[in-house]
Write a protein that binds this ligand. Structure first.
Ligand code: EMZ
Length: 385
């Protein structure tokens, strides 16, 4: 009964010193491991900037595979504020009834298709399909567009194994360039057209800025959502009583979603660049070096969370940073929460139990830290209620 468990490789180092130095493509990273430091630094854009060479704040660094600045994620305040003001209302559309209904239909369809049938491989045949179809709702593009995106596989920048893959990334960039040209020729009510017509701080958005928002929407919400959905299914497979409890107590489902995000931490960490010589946990961090805010470690901080390595479905005090923290908190969080909430509703309504048949873990390696983020392969069988 531990195939669905997500461990915490940072525990000892977090307790002992609070930071860790790891290597990444000749541009080392000092990881911050405690919740307090992570929150404080996320808030302090002057000392810890997101606005450096595009791709550099991502760990592993993406400087070799992209030139486009992702917006608003690689922009600092005050410029960042104008972009968020434009984007926030659009990314809150998942709260609208019609959007919720589309998600419900999609997820119900997927579960129905797989109920009481042969085993289903969740990563490729469920989570990726769900994520890609749901992304058409977020972009407001035809649902059939998802077919092509599904053919790209679970990560747009990585191939099998962990290597960053420039050729694969180019497929996405070329596709987005093409969609932008189409939207210029034939404006519609999709996100491309809305952005192309938009102004930020009195200036029309450039094509490159529009591309930056769209690249982020594709890449930031891809493996993160896939991990969250797959981990939730694996968890219920091993903990039928949790599924039963959520069925009986719908009022705690909201808390359960936050707890899953804390426990799974679909994005391990995100970097910043140090703007002037400073200290991180009494460790000297020099100007122009990289640090990272380790959401996954902060979310297990034993000085904040009681029983941090347990899933407590109705956890009351849960100041997790699974969606980041401060001004850069996740733009797609409303969409992601709505996906998880609909998934849980549909599973409660239709699925009695889930058999866990085969798993192959997806493990990230940061030097000596090996962290499971999800699965390469997850085969289950859904048993009807
Ligand atoms: C970047 C990042 C954003 C990056 C919220 O995180 O997600 C990563 O998965 C991508 O590789 O490019 O979008």
């Amino acid at each position: 009964m531990n195939k669905s468990a997500i461990g915490d490789p940072f525990e000892q180092v977090r307790k002992d010193k609070g930071y860790a130095e790891v290597s990444d493509q000749d541009d080392p990273v000092t990881m911050m491991l405690r919740l307090k430091d992570v929150r404080k630094s996320a808030h302090n854009a002057k000392a810890f900037s997101s606005e450096t060479t595009p791709g550099r704040i991502v760990v592993p660094s993406e400087v070799n595979i992209r030139d486009t600045r992702q917006i608003p994620f690689e922009v600092d305040p005050p410029k960042h504020k104008g972009f968020r003001a434009l984007l926030d209302p659009w990314f809150k559309r998942p709260l609208e009834d019609s959007y919720k209904q589309k998600l419900r239909d999609l997820i119900e369809g997927l579960v129905d298709e797989n109920l009481d049938k042969d085993p289903v491989e969740i990563i490729e045949d469920f989570s990726l399909v769900l994520q890609s179809n749901a992304l058409t709702f977020l972009l407001n593009t035809p649902i059939d567009d998802a077919k092509l995106w599904i053919s790209w596989g679970t990560h747009v920048f990585r191939s099998e194994g962990e290597a960053l893959d420039g050729d694969k990334a180019k497929v996405l960039y070329d596709y987005i360039d093409e969609q932008i040209e189409k939207a210029i020729a034939n404006p519609s009510d999709d996100l491309y057209s809305v952005l192309l017509a938009a102004e930020v701080d009195g200036k029309k958005m450039t094509k490159e800025e529009v591309k930056g928002v769209i690249v982020l929407t594709f890449s930031g919400g891809r493996d993160t959502v896939i991990n969250a959905v797959s981990n939730t299914i694996a968890y219920f497979a091993e903990h039928t009583q949790s599924l039963d409890r959520l069925r009986a107590e719908p009022e705690i489902r909201g808390r359960a979603i936050e707890e899953f995000i804390r426990y799974f931490s679909p994005l391990t960490h995100m970097g910043r660049v140090v703007t002037e010589d400073t200290q991180v946990c009494e460790h000297a961090a020099k100007a122009d070096t990289r640090v990272s805010l380790c959401w996954a470690s902060a979310n297990r901080d034993e000085t904040v969370f009681e029983n941090p390595n347990e899933v407590v479905l109705d956890r009351k005090l849960n100041p997790h940073v699974g969606f980041g923290f401060s001004h850069h908190n996740c733009l797609g969080a409303t969409h992601a929460r709505q996906i998880l909430s609909t998934l849980i509703d549909v599973l409660c309504d239709k699925v009695g139990s889930i058999d866990l048949l085969e798993t192959e873990d997806n493990i990230e390696e940061w030097d000596d830290f090996h962290r499971k983020v999800g699965y390469e392969k997850l085969v289950v069988k859904f048993n009807p209620k």
